[in-house]
Design a protein. Structure first.
Ligand code: ACO
Length: 349
């Protein structure tokens, strides 16, 4: 076993660590938005190209369909981010000139540089003094970005941060690998975070384990240890990720509740990363939560990585399933291996 293999094996296992806890007073979410691309791909569609079935995919994952960008229609990670962000700003009742921070969580940006955040700044006409930054923490990225934005908000003249999760995962799928290509979809979700003296605190916990074996997606010119080019698509050890996810999701959820001094029964909604319905079911069982307060949307989105938490949050708000103002716990986990959770107020808009 090479040193890297040993490191990965240990990292994917479960070293004990003290949770990192952050608390930012006076911030709340005041608007949400989301955007799914136009092309719907059903399980039966995928069964035309790999050896799979609707029965296998839906019972093992809860997924029935997902959306892919239609490049011919000009859809991309950036256009999804733009549409989600516009909807979130509109829902907040605020305008672009009140935004001082623009963070985009993604591991499928169109380019290594400029960041999607900078391109989104242009699309939305945000001011030059906006702090624009991409955050890569894979499926935990939106929750990471929310905490980073909240922490920075006290240092900006403008009162708002725009936090977006956007992915075009169909670009990094291996459509000959049935164990990965059935899982993922494209999409974007966004939230407008407001600094306000009368808002409660946002509490967050996070962590990561250096591991590039359980889940890997290539960057520009990625090479392996021998200097050979790495495949240009996402690879994953599904069982290792499943074990990791069912360990950290309940753990970081209970840690954030404990850190905030809040009982689970006082939380209006749990918004968990939609990677696999079975992962959420295990976490809900371990935490003893009411499944109705943890319901997801993976059936029609698939796993949209950093976009999944804000897409679900927005769907809950727009369908009235989340009655605002509400106290919400969000949690994500993914490649890195990373995880993060936060407790935040979602205001009426
Ligand atoms: N259709 C039919 N059969 C399949 C498919 C498919 N799409 N995929 C795998 N199989 C087969 C396997 O080949 C295997 O066959 P075998 O027993 O003959 O070898 C069998 O099904 C069982 O495979 P498992 O991997 O044990 O299936 P499992 O029940 O673990 O489900 C899954 C696989 C869905 C990938 C699960 O492990 C999982 O959800 N893992 C977590 C994945 C995840 O959350 N990833 C995203 C993290 S977020 C991020 O950062 C991007």
């Amino acid at each position: 076993m090479s040193a890297t293999e040993a490191m990965n094996t240990n990292a994917a296992a479960a070293p004990e660590s003290t949770p990192q806890v952050g608390r930012v007073p006076g911030v709340r979410i005041v608007g949400t938005g989301s955007a799914l691309p136009s092309r719907t791909v059903t399980n039966d569609d995928l069964a035309q190209i790999v050896d799979t079935s609707d029965e296998w995919i839906s019972t093992r994952t809860g997924i029935r369909s997902r959306r892919y960008c239609d490049r011919e229609q000009g859809e991309s990670e950036l256009t999804l981010a733009r549409d989600a962000a516009r909807r979130a700003l509109e829902a907040s009742g605020h305008t672009a000139d009140e935004v001082g921070i623009c963070l985009v969580a993604s591991f499928t940006p169109a380019a290594a540089t400029p960041s999607t955040a900078c391109l989104l700044q242009r699309e939305l006409g945000l001011a030059e003094d906006t702090l624009c930054l991409d955050v890569n923490a894979a499926c935990a990225g939106f929750v990471y970005a929310l905490y980073v934005a909240a922490s920075l908000l006290e240092h900006t003249p403008q009162p708002l941060a725009l936090v977006v999760g956007a992915e075009e995962l169909s670009r990094v799928m291996d459509f000959s690998d049935r164990s990965t290509c059935v899982l993922f979809g494209d999409g974007a979700g966004a939230a407008v975070l407001e600094r306000a003296a009368d808002a409660p605190a946002l509490t967050a916990t996070w962590g990561s384990r250096g591991n590039d074996e359980a889940l890997f997606a290539p960057g520009v010119g990625s090479v392996d240890e021998a200097g050979e080019p790495r495949p240009s698509y996402l690879t994953m050890d599904g069982r290792a990720v499943f074990r990791f996810a069912t360990e950290v999701l309940p753990k970081c959820t209970s840690e954030v509740l404990q850190a905030a001094g809040v009982d689970a029964s006082d939380v209006d909604r749990f918004v968990f990363h939609q990677a696999n319905k079975r992962i959420v079911d295990v976490a809900v069982r371990k935490l003893g939560l009411d499944p109705a307060r943890c319901a997801g949307n993976i059936d029609h989105t698939g796993n949209t990585s950093a976009a999944s938490v804000p897409i679900l949050l927005d769907e809950l708000v727009r369908t009235g399933a989340l009655v605002t103002p509400a106290r919400v716990v969000m949690a994500g986990f993914g490649a890195g291996l990373t995880w993060a959770s936060c407790l935040v107020e979602v205001a009426s808009s």
